[in-house]
Design a protein around this ligand. Structure first.
Ligand SMILES: [Zn+2]
Length: 246
């Protein structure tokens, strides 16, 4: 009898153990599925944040900011590349651990966002926002400007010389730091605050033109646009910018 009872209770124990193990297995599976789901949702957020940052961040280097933000949101690897008119962001992270064991697989999330049209970037000019960071050439004995604008300027200058008009530049590309000094010296009525001046684009010259309507100013107004240069501001006869950018 005792043995029978033992047998019976043993059978019950095995059944109970089976139910407990089955439930535990289900909990582990559901937990793993849940963690994978949450991990992917978080990674998706990292991709979305990076894509949005690429478009709205502005500043010198939106790509670095986007990658840093994606990493802060859990991404291990980030790739951002143009895809037609859109930007395509892909981020990867390690799959969550199951029972403390790394699955060894990577999960990936992606996000697309429309690239901003170039005309909206920066302060209305064709250059991206921020300080120009490319190569510089020097015209008129030391005025820095980007190579493409420098080449167009020299052609325009030679053209003016043939008409007996002398054009020379007093200022070209300026760093934020140089603009900050000018702003402090000249004040807001004459100089733009650092970060706002078009001189950061390396497409802009201040030229020796004299007052509006001078012979040099008249020549520039007549011939500057054919060389790609326009007077940017009606109240600054000396400030001429290259429309096509660097
Ligand atoms: Zn200027």
């Amino acid at each position: 009898m005792a043995r029978q009872r033992t047998g019976e209770s043993g059978g019950t124990s095995i059944l109970a153990l089976g139910i407990i193990l089955g439930a535990a297995f289900l909990i582990v599976i559901l937990g793993a599925v849940g963690r994978a789901y949450v991990a992917h949702a978080e990674l998706q957020q990292a991709a979305d944040v990076a894509a949005r940052t690429m478009v709205v961040a502005g500043g010198d280097d939106p790509r670095s900011r986007a990658i840093a933000l994606a990493r802060e949101n859990g991404a291990r690897r980030v790739e951002i590349e143009p895809d037609g008119s859109e930007l395509h962001v892909r981020v990867w992270a390690s799959a969550p651990r199951v029972l403390g064991v790394r699955a060894g697989t990577q999960i990936m999330a992606e996000s697309w966002i429309d690239q901003p049209p170039p005309a909206l970037a920066g302060d209305g000019g064709p250059n991206p926002p921020g300080q120009y960071a490319g190569p510089l050439v020097y015209v008129d004995g030391g005025v820095p400007i980007c190579p493409r604008v420098g080449a167009a300027y020299r052609v325009m200058q030679a053209d003016a010389r043939r008409d007996g008009v002398t054009i020379s530049a007093t200022s070209g590309f300026r760093t934020y730091a140089e603009q900050a000094i000018l702003y402090a010296q000249l004040g807001p009525a004459i100089a733009a605050p650092p970060g706002v001046s078009r001189h950061h684009d390396a497409t802009e010259f201040d030229l020796k033109v004299g007052p509006a309507g001078s012979s040099v100013h008249r020549w520039l107004t007549a011939h500057g646009p054919a060389h790609g240069f326009v007077q940017r501001y009606s109240w600054e006869p000396w400030h001429w910018g290259f429309v096509a950018g660097c």
